[in-house]
Write a protein that binds this ligand. Structure first.
Ligand SMILES: *[C@@H]1O[C@H](CO)[C@@H](O)[C@H](O)[C@H]1NC(C)=O
Ligand SMILES: *[C@@H]1O[C@H](CO)[C@@H](O)[C@H](O)[C@H]1NC(C)=O
Ligand SMILES: *[C@@H]1O[C@H](CO)[C@@H](O)[C@H](O)[C@H]1NC(C)=O
Ligand SMILES: *[C@@H]1O[C@H](CO)[C@@H](O)[C@H](O)[C@H]1NC(C)=O
Ligand SMILES: *[C@@H]1O[C@H](CO)[C@@H](O)[C@H](O)[C@H]1NC(C)=O
Ligand SMILES: *[C@@H]1O[C@H](CO)[C@@H](O)[C@H](O)[C@H]1NC(C)=O
Ligand SMILES: *[C@@H]1O[C@H](CO)[C@@H](O)[C@H](O)[C@H]1NC(C)=O
Ligand SMILES: *[C@@H]1O[C@H](CO)[C@@H](O)[C@H](O)[C@H]1NC(C)=O
Ligand SMILES: *[C@@H]1O[C@H](CO)[C@@H](O)[C@H](O)[C@H]1NC(C)=O
Length: 339
């Protein structure tokens, strides 16, 4: 049973949801005329932003990102700043390794988000008010009704020190690693028997935004983000040093054969090197593979006797900045959930 408190917070969320719009250029589960997603035909991609940039791969979708010897710099100096870049290609299973230093600042959210056109999502989020933890999260097909998907892990100074945040995403499991140590594994079957499992081609998005700006966000979002952002403490900068991608399904493009959003509906065109282990889409089992979940984990914060504080999710953080409307849902906010 949900507590009244939770219901109250949910109402608050829904009431303010028009502010936050999850976006997809064209959602293939509701629209049959979406064009195919471009793929990455190489089996690996890597970029060292401390010595180079690559504007063919990275599209700036908001603000300005500068490339310096410290890496790609995502800087917030004032209200409304939310510099964001995303890959021009989509990935259909693989390993995504990002080395970064998160931004400081109460309410400031640094994010690494993988997101598909039908709103499957795999996330890393860093809240600027706390340099000692990182949030992992996921969504399937924009389903934001669950309140227990976000899990936080300890990190040794995520703001001053660069760390290796890696996700291995396969059709059977998703594992989040920090500096080579597996923190969390989500098995296909554990995500509502696969229904909530991220399984469609996703783009990688890197960005930063002020979840703690109460003029732009709901009270719940500000609370989740760790409190009110004071821009006079800024600028707040996230530095992404390197990104490396191993592509389990290299191909020219990916299209949705139907409106299910199931991985078996994805057609890979001009595949260059199908990987039967990582990405054979005709063979979904949802069984436990390598995944021996360390997912036990530290759930977010304070646990009272009968109450467990968990974090509710909603679709993309980065999408908040985007414009076009598909689903209107609010981000993540802490709620009290009576187990
Ligand atoms: C479907 O997508 C196309 C192309 O993006 C768009 O023009 C059209 O309005 C969409 N239709 C619906 C019903 O959303
Ligand atoms: C990419 O664009 C940025 C500006 O957004 C620019 O500073 C940089 O020099 C460009 N990189 C290349 C290789 O052209
Ligand atoms: C990006 O930087 C350029 C040059 O500094 C500036 O003219 C432009 O307004 C900036 N764009 C945004 C969206 O901040
Ligand atoms: C940061 O998060 C950790 C782990 O949840 C917690 O122990 C610590 O008290 C937090 N620090 C601050 C300054 O909130
Ligand atoms: C969304 O996920 C919740 C559990 O997290 C589940 O109960 C619900 O049926 C899902 N909705 C859809 C449309 O799959
Ligand atoms: C980053 O972590 C991943 C996952 O453990 C590992 O495979 C990779 O080698 C690490 N990268 C570096 C540069 O150590
Ligand atoms: C497959 O590759 C050929 C040759 O490069 C190209 O003409 C065609 O458009 C590609 N098809 C798709 C669906 O990407
Ligand atoms: C994918 O799996 C099917 C069924 O197990 C198998 O017949 C097929 O050869 C596999 N394809 C690849 C490219 O491994
Ligand atoms: C194929 O995928 C598996 C993981 O499922 C991975 O260990 C392996 O390195 C991949 N092979 C290639 C050639 O990408």
């Amino acid at each position: 049973m949900l507590s009244l408190k939770l219901k109250a917070i949910l109402c608050l969320t829904l009431a303010s949801s028009t502010l936050a719009q999850t976006s997809s250029p064209c959602n293939p589960t509701t629209n049959t005329t979406c064009s195919a997603d471009s793929g990455l035909s190489a089996s690996t991609y890597s970029i060292d932003f401390t010595s180079s940039s690559d504007n063919n791969t990275w599209t700036t979708t908001a603000g300005n990102v500068s490339y310096t010897s410290s890496g790609a710099e995502f800087k917030i100096t004032k209200r409304g700043d939310s510099p964001t870049i995303q890959t021009s290609w989509y990935l259909f299973f693989g390993v995504i390794e990002v080395h970064l230093r998160a931004a400081p600042g109460t309410g400031i959210v640094s994010s690494v988000v993988l997101e598909s056109d039908d709103l499957d999502e795999i996330d890393w989020e860093f809240l600027g008010g706390n340099s000692s933890k990182v949030e992992t999260n996921y969504f399937g097909k924009g389903n934001t009704t669950s309140y227990d998907r976000a899990v936080y892990y300890g990190v040794d100074d995520a703001q001053s020190t660069s760390h290796n945040y890696t996700v291995e995403w396969t059709k059977e499991y998703t594992t989040w690693y920090v500096d080579g140590s597996a923190k969390r594994t989500l098995n296909y079957a554990d995500a509502l028997l696969g229904k909530n499992y991220p399984q469609t081609p996703m783009r990688l998005k890197l960005g930063i935004w002020a979840g703690g700006d109460s003029e732009e966000n709901s009270a719940g979002t500000v609370e989740w983000a760790g409190g009110e952002t004071d821009y006079s403490d800024g600028p707040f900068t996230m530095y992404v040093e390197r990104v490396k991608v191993t592509n389990y399904n290299p191909g020219g493009s990916y299209s949705y054969r139907d409106q299910t959003g199931d991985l078996s509906s994805i057609e890979v065109s001009n595949a260059t090197d199908a990987n039967s282990t990582g990405g054979n889409v005709s063979e979904v089992t949802g069984t436990t593979a390598l995944a021996t979940g360390t997912a036990a984990a530290e759930t977010s914060t304070g646990t009272a006797a009968a109450e467990k504080t968990v974090t509710t999710g909603a679709a993309s953080l980065l999408s908040l900045q985007a414009s076009s409307v598909v689903l209107s849902m609010l981000v993540i906010l802490p709620v009290i959930f009576v187990a």
